[in-house]
Design a protein around this ligand. Sequence first.
Ligand code: FDA
Length: 512
Amino acid sequence: WACSKPVHENFMQCMSNQLKSGKNHSQIIYSSSSPQFPNLLQSSQQNPRWSNSTSVLKPLFIITPFHESQVQASVICSRRHGLQVRVRSGGHDYEGLSYLSKSPFVVIDLVDLRSVDVNIKDETAWVQSGATLGELYYAISKASKVHGFPAGICPSVGVGGHFSGGGFGTMLRKHGLAADNVLDAHVVDSNGRILERKTMSEGLFWAIRGGGGGNFGIVVSWKIKLVRVPHIVTGFTVSKTLAQGASLLVHKWQYIADKLHEDLFIRIILQNVGEGNNQKTVQASFNSLFLGGKERLVQLMKERFPELGLQARDCIEMSWIQSVLYIAGYNKDQPLEVLLDRETLYKSKFKAKSDFVNTPIPEVGFKGIWDMFSQEEVVFMIMDPFGGKMNEISEFETPFPHRKGNLYNIQYMVKWDADGVGESNKHLRWIRVLYWYMRPHVTRSPRGAYVNYRDLDLGTNNLVKKSYQEARTWGVKYFKGNFERLARVKNKVDPDNFFRNEQSIPPLPSLL
Ligand code: FDA
C-alpha cells in the first residue's frame, strides 16, 4: 500500500525516519501549501525572468537544512523517492538551474548553512556554502584589516555556486580564482555520505573546484586560504563616451591590461548612456582596484597607460573592505552591513553570455559593437583582464581551463523589466546576434565560455539519453580538455547521474 501513497507523503515519512534523532523536520521542510513557500521560492531568485511564468514547474518541497545531517537526509530521501534535487546557495544561476526543473524535484536551499569561521592565526577560514560573498568579506574584515579573499564582485553571490564554477573578481590577477584558494571541503555525495578532503578522491576534490555547481554532490562548506591585502588600496573609475575617445582607449587597453603589474586590475564596463537630446551613446568606464597607494598607482599609469590621463584626484584611497563596497557600486563610506544584504543590486530580468579573447579586437570590430549597442537599451559588456597569476596556473590544475594566453574575459548582458514572451524574445534575439557577430574576435575551436555565466544556448543535455558526445558541444566550451576528466570523475562519484540538470556533466564510463 505504501506505493500508492502520494510521493510527498512517502518523502515526508522518509525524512522523518532519517531525522528522528534531530529537531522536528517540519522546521526545515516547506511544501507548496505552506504559507512561507512562495516567499521562500522567490527569495533568492536573482534573475526574475521566470517569476511570473505559469509554465514552470514548482518544487514539491523546499528544504532549508541547518545541519549537514539534514542535507544527507534530503539526498537519501529524494533519491529513494525518485525526486531530483536542485541545490541553491545564493540563487544567482543565470539560467535558474538552482530552482527550476522539468521533472518533479525538491530545492535544497542552503540559506541557513552560512556560518563563516575565520582563523587568522593560520590565515584560513571555513565558510558554509549558503553564505554570500558579502558575508564572507564582512567576516574576514571583522577579524583582520590585512586579509581578504579573491572572489567575485557582487556581494549577494552565493559561495556554493560561485566557488563551484571558479569565481573571479578584482584580485584574480594577483591571487587567481576563488577555487584556486580552496584547501578542503565537506561534500554530501549521491549516496548521502559526507566526504572531506581526506576521504574523497583526488578526482572529486579537483572537480568541485571549478567543474560547475550541481554536478558532483552538495558542497556544504569550504576551507579557504585567505590572502594578504595592504592597509591602503586605491580605486578609480574613469568614464569616456565615444565622443571623448572611448574607442581608442578600449582598443589600447587590450594591449596593456593583462601585462600590468599584478597588483593592478583595470576592467572595462561598456554601456549605453544618455547624451542629451534623447540621444544615447556608448560609455566605457575604466574601473580599477590597485593593491597599494595612489602615488605608486599614478606613476604606474603614467608609464603604462598614459592615454587614460589618470590624475591623483581621480584616485580614492581606502581599506580593502571599503574597496569591496566601492567596486560593487556602493559608496565606500556606507556601513559595512550593506554587505550582508542577500538581494542583488539593480535586480532585473537578464540574459548573459561570455567569451574569452586571446588576440586584440581591431578597432573596426568595436565599431560593429557600438552599432549593436545602439539597437538596445540596457546592455553591458564587462571586460575583465587576465594575466598575472592566471598565467602561472596550468589549465589542467583545476577544471577552469581559461588561463595563459587569454587577454581578458567578456561578459555580455542585456536587461529588461517588461513582462511577456514577445518582450523576452526581442532581447534574447539581440544578444544572440551580438554573440554571433563576435565570432571572429574571440577564442575559437573551441570558443570559450565561463561556466559561472551559465548559458543554455550553448547546448543542453538530453536527460533521457544522457549522451556524453552531445554534451561535449557545450562541455568543451566551458572546460576545454578538462571536460572528459570531469565526465570520468562524474562516473566514479555519481554513476547513476542523480545530480543532473539541463547542463550537468554526464557520467563517462572508463571503457569508452
Ligand atoms: P545558485 O545557488 O543559483 O547556484 C548556481 C549553480 O550551482 C546551480 O547549478 C546550483 O544548483 C549549484 N550549487 C549551488 N550551491 C551548491 C552547492 N553548495 N554545492 C553544489 N552545487 C551548488 N561570477 C564571478 O566569477 N565573478 C563575479 O563578480 C560575479 N558577479 C555576479 C553578479 C551577479 C549579479 C550575478 C547574478 C552573478 C555573478 N557572477 C559572478 C556569477 C556567479 O558566480 C554564478 O552565477 C554562481 O554560480 C552563483 O552562485 P550562487 O550560489 O549564488 O547561485
